[in-house]
Design a protein around this ligand. Structure first.
Ligand code: C5P
Length: 317
């Protein structure tokens, strides 16, 4: 996560920001602060946005890629100070006591509102990029603290790999994973709002339509499967408490999950709050075949074969 750079960089700093999935997402009851206690296992994959920071006067932000708008119309992602990237820049500047001068560019590849924490990854990458550009030399703990202020998933964006997330997801600790796994990510239809999916889960639990809980489901089976390293074991251990809520809001996702399993996935689940579907393939070739099959199945708008775990936000040399 650290750049290792000395002094202030005068040139562009380019940082790669990987998408995440949750191979386990245990969600506890709604807390008094409006968040849910989590026991989650984050998993970073080889689908990434790229954040570029250049010297500038004041802050400016340009976005490119799907979902970011065109000359003829606005996109789903704001490019003003309400963007998490902008807030990350202001937060780091304030904390380091420097002027927030930078020209920021985000090339988006991670689907927007897809349950892959693209916005959080961009914010984490911005902290890393500006730490180098401004020579602020923030320590790992400082960056993690700032990341947690930006959002529950942002600290994992710094850490990457595979990590256990607790609290509201902001406390992350690396997890031993003895393997490399191959996935196909399928994006179907419009994005889902994370708070809306949490709200739906609370409603389903209150109505007794899914079992109520006193705390998040423990991640032990997934942790054991990650240590064992086989795709079959991981497939059997995948779990997501948010899935019934995402399926209730988007019933078409049932068909997408079935299509993935019919096409040869060892298992398929909704990624985070959805609507991205993550299908685990037996191996790399299997993922290529699965991606081809799913691309032709007509249930997904976009299909991507990815692998992981991959490192968190890091400077591209
Ligand atoms: O932390 P973040 O800003 O990404 O959270 C967005 C929203 O998602 C929160 O306002 C809350 O409604 C919901 N959330 C939650 N429990 C979590 C994380 C997020 O209810 N652990």
């Amino acid at each position: 996560m650290s750049s290792g750079a000395t002094g202030t960089a005068r040139e562009a700093v380019v940082v790669r920001a990987p998408a995440k999935m949750n191979v386990h997402l245990g969600v506890g009851p709604l807390r008094a602060d409006g968040f849910h206690g989590l026991a989650t296992v984050y998993f970073a994959v080889s689908l990434h946005d790229t954040v570029t920071a250049r010297p500038g006067e004041g802050l400016s932000l340009r976005l490119s890629g799907e979902g970011t708008g065109t000359a003829s119309g606005p996109g789903q992602v704001p490019s003003d100070r309400t963007n998490l990237v902008w807030r990350a820049a202001e937060l780091l500047a304030e904390s380091a006591g420097v002027r927030p001068d930078a020209d920021l560019e985000v090339a988006k590849n991670i689907p927007v509102a897809g349950g892959l924490a693209g916005g959080s990854a961009d914010a984490a990458a911005t902290l890393v990029a500006l730490d180098v550009l401004w020579g602020t030399r923030a320590g790992r703990e400082d960056l993690l603290r700032l990341a947690a202020q930006l959002g529950s998933d942002v600290p994992f964006g710094l850490v990457g790999g595979v990590a256990l997330g607790t609290g509201r997801g902001e406390h992350v600790s690396p997890v031993l994973a003895a393997g490399r796994w191959h996935w196909v990510l399928g994006m179907a239809g419009e994005g889902l709002s994370t708070p809306a999916v949490y709200g739906e889960l609370d409603r389903l639990r209150a109505e007794g339509r899914v079992p109520d809980v006193t705390g998040p489901t423990p991640p032990d089976p997934v942790l054991a499967a990650l240590r064992a390293g086989t795709a079959a074991e991981l497939a059997a251990a995948l779990s997501n408490d948010m899935q019934p809520a995402a399926l209730n809001l988007r019933p078409d996702l049932r068909r997408a999950l079935r299509a993935a399993e019919d096409a040869g996935a060892l298992a398929a689940l909704v990624s985070g709050s959805g609507p991205t579907v993550a299908a685990l393939a037996p191996d790399e070739q299997g993922a290529v075949r699965l991606a081809a099959e799913l691309a032709g199945a007509g249930v997904f708008r976009t299909v991507r074969a990815v692998t992981g775990p991959v490192p968190g936000a890091h400077v591209v040399p």
